[in-house]
Write a protein of this length. Structure first.
Length: 382
């Protein structure tokens, strides 16, 4: 491993300067060579600069959890202090301006991007692109990565999983973004369309892929999965509501219960990259446990600017949420794309489920769920 070495630093700066010339798939493979599974990576700063989102997607906590977290906008000076501390004390080189929220809602987003770039750090944003606020200024600020998250080409499919969203507006804004990039000559900003695959939208993958290609955007697709960690735990414990259970069983191409069961069986992957390689901070400057949790009351660790590396490691160690997550390897469920054998297994599970749905065959229970069903059936009636 070369983490922290002179060679790694040179590669980092080379990636910032020339990375846009290398296809995403090649960069991804290179990263896996440099940082194999279960090895430390440079720290990521994952910062929600907004306390909210304009959509209510049922696979996301903003759409499927109570609205208990504070709302608001991050102060620019607070942000500057956070990224400088992250760079100075934790060696962070990459800043993600999103976790559960929509960064384009912040009227000063271009200034946030400029601050990151001024510090010599990589800046990434992700958007549902239902809004186009300050799009010209955002492009001019030149983020290194701009990801567009969507789940359909037509409104009927898209609206089921991007609730409150309008895919025609998204497609219009995608074209506006493409045109702005050309006007500003921003070749270093890599724009990628991230398509979340469900059972109901598989026939719209190719039309959206073609549209993305027409606009000069890179293409990423993955099997959608259920978030946040709190909902995955509720699923495992049989505590989802009837409507939530129906959504999980009828919408996801990747059978979620079976996916979690497959992750639980894996051995030799105790290291949690989500916990150890990321610093997740909300718009008020609070450090949170990791990027998979949503309930800040339970998982807020303290004020980031007041914590050193030792105190952060101490408060994360043995956290009750981590213990519950590790019990069934849920950290692997959330990072399956970094675990080759699990990624292959999930591909198999999803393809089998898609074929099964076409034949209208009921999905078999995952082992854990099957055991609970047996226990329930054998329990005496009160």
């Amino acid at each position: 491993m070369i983490a922290g070495s002179f060679v790694e630093k040179m590669l980092f700066h080379a990636n910032r300067r020339f990375g846009h010339l290398v296809p995403w798939a090649v960069r991804d493979r290179l990263l896996k060579v440099l940082y194999p599974p279960n090895t430390a990576k440079p720290k990521l700063l994952t910062i929600d600069i907004v306390g909210g989102c304009n959509l209510r997607c049922p696979s996301c906590p903003v759409g499927n959890m109570p609205a208990t977290n504070p709302t608001g906008l991050m102060d620019l000076n607070l942000f500057a202090s956070i990224i400088r501390k992250g760079k100075r004390e934790h060696g962070a080189r990459i800043v993600l301006l999103y976790n559960w929220t929509e960064p384009l809602l912040h009227p000063e987003l271009p200034e946030f991007i400029r601050l990151v770039k001024k510090e010599g750090m990589t800046c990434a944003i992700s958007s549902n692109l239902n809004i186009s606020r300050n799009l010209e200024e955002i492009v001019a600020a030149e983020p290194d990565s701009f990801r567009i998250s969507l789940s359909g080409f037509n409104q009927e499919a898209y609206g089921l999983t991007h609730t409150r969203g309008d895919i025609e507006r998204v497609k219009q804004n995608m074209r506006l973004l493409s045109e702005a990039l050309k006007r500003h000559g921003r070749k270093r900003t890599v724009v990628s369309v991230h398509y979340h695959k469900y059972l109901h939208n598989l026939n719209e993958v190719e039309p959206m892929r073609a549209y993305a290609k027409e606009l000069g955007f890179e293409w990423l697709e993955n099997w959608a999965y259920y978030t946040p960690l709190e909902k995955a735990v509720q699923l495992v414990d049989g505590q989802l509501t009837a409507d939530e259970k129906n959504f999980v069983e009828k919408r996801f191409a990747l059978p979620i219960a079976q996916a979690i069961a497959a992750a639980e069986k894996l051995e030799g992957h105790d290291r949690c990259t989500l916990l150890e390689d990321q610093l997740v901070i909300d718009h008020r400057g609070n450090l949170n446990l990791c990027c998979t949790v949503y309930d800040l009351k339970t998982n807020r660790l303290g004020t980031f600017l007041e914590m050193d590396e030792a105190s952060i490691a101490k408060v994360k160690s043995g956290h009750p949420t981590c213990q519950r997550c590790a019990k069934q390897n849920l950290h692997l469920y959330f990072t399956y794309y970094d675990v080759p054998e699990l990624k292959e297994k999930y591909q198999q599970l999803a393809e089998e489920n898609v074929a099964r749905q076409k034949r209208d065959i009921p999905l078999p229970l995952a082992p854990a769920a099957e055991n609970r069903a047996v226990e329930k059936a054998s329990s005496p009636t009160p």
